[in-house]
Design a protein around this ligand. Structure first.
Ligand SMILES: C[S@@+](CC[C@H](N)C(=O)[O-])C[C@H]1O[C@@H](n2cnc3c(N)ncnc32)[C@H](O)[C@@H]1O
Length: 262
């Protein structure tokens, strides 16, 4: 247990990032992300506060109902999509609101891609699903792709300070309207609470506990994240122990991107 949680742990690598980690525990971890992101990550709140308003503005009056979505195609990108549950949830929530959403999830790890593509829906189920691709944000930027909303969760704490600014700038370059980046906020109390929650038997066979505890140690405080973010970004707290980094793309920048977007 860290006495003060004063320092991040740059030399330690999470189990799930190791190529030789146990594949069954890794798959169980991807499966458990859904629970973690809904309950602790508060993604429904993130959607309602920061994603849905953008979709509403873009769609204007052109909005249908679930199963009969209308209006312009609205593209959402999830960077570092892992098990894919946030991408799937965004697609589901967007469609339930009557928007014509297309969701893309990208992750550099082929194991995450395999899980994301095969889980969440029955293999013979028809209907829209997120498009999961093995890629980095820079690949999409180079390809000229643009998205109305770009989101990312639990990726920042994998990066060292100097990498954060470049990562956020890439996400901004991909966004036509808004970037929403969420992560844990490091705190001794959050660490202790997660020790209790992650001791639940349901997490016994996954890496949720060791990786989650290390993630907390590697994550930022609000002021630290604000310091390493590019100009124009704001960092907010979301209870409990969450950070949300936000960037609204200025209208002029967005119009020139749209003119050149595929
Ligand atoms: C802790 S998992 C989070 C997965 C998912 N976003 C979630 O919240 O459940 C971190 C993911 O980020 C991916 N990742 C790590 N570095 C990345 C980077 N520079 N760009 C994009 N994804 C990255 C990893 O492969 C991993 O799947």
């Amino acid at each position: 247990m860290p006495p003060s949680l004063a320092r991040r742990e740059p030399d330690l690598v999470e189990w799930m990032d190791r190529p030789d980690c146990d594949p069954e525990r890794l798959e169980a971890t991807y499966g458990h992300f859904r629970w973690v992101n809904r309950r602790l990550g508060r993604w429904w709140t993130v959607y309602r506060r920061w994603v849905r308003p953008v979709l509403r503005r873009e769609a204007g009056d052109h909005r249908g109902v679930e199963g009969c979505e209308r209006g312009p195609v609205l593209r959402i990108l999830d960077v570092g999509s892992g098990g894919g549950d946030i991408a799937r949830a965004l697609l589901h929530w967007g469609q339930a609101d009557g928007f014509r959403v297309e969701v893309t999830g990208i992750d550099p790890d082929p194991r995450a891609l395999r899980w994301a593509r095969s889980s969440g829906t029955a293999p013979d189920e028809v209907g829209p699903r997120p498009d999961f691709r093995q890629a980095m944000a820079s690949d999409l930027l180079q390809g000229g792709e643009r998205f109305h909303v770009v989101v990312s969760n639990h990726v920042l704490h994998h990066l060292e300070d100097p990498e954060v600014r470049a990562f956020l700038s890439e996400l901004e370059g991909l966004a036509l309207r808004r970037v929403v980046v969420t992560d844990i906020e490091r705190s001794p109390m959050g660490y202790q609470l997660f020790r209790v929650v992650s001791a639940l038997p349901r997490f016994r066979d996954s890496y949720v506990r060791p990786d989650g505890l290390l993630s907390i140690r590697r994550s930022f405080r609000a002021r630290e994240l604000a310091r390493v973010s590019p100009p124009g970004w704001t960092v907010r707290r979301l209870v409990p122990f969450r950070l949300v980094a936000l960037r609204d793309v200025p209208r002029e920048a967005a119009s020139s991107l749209e003119a050149g977007s595929p």
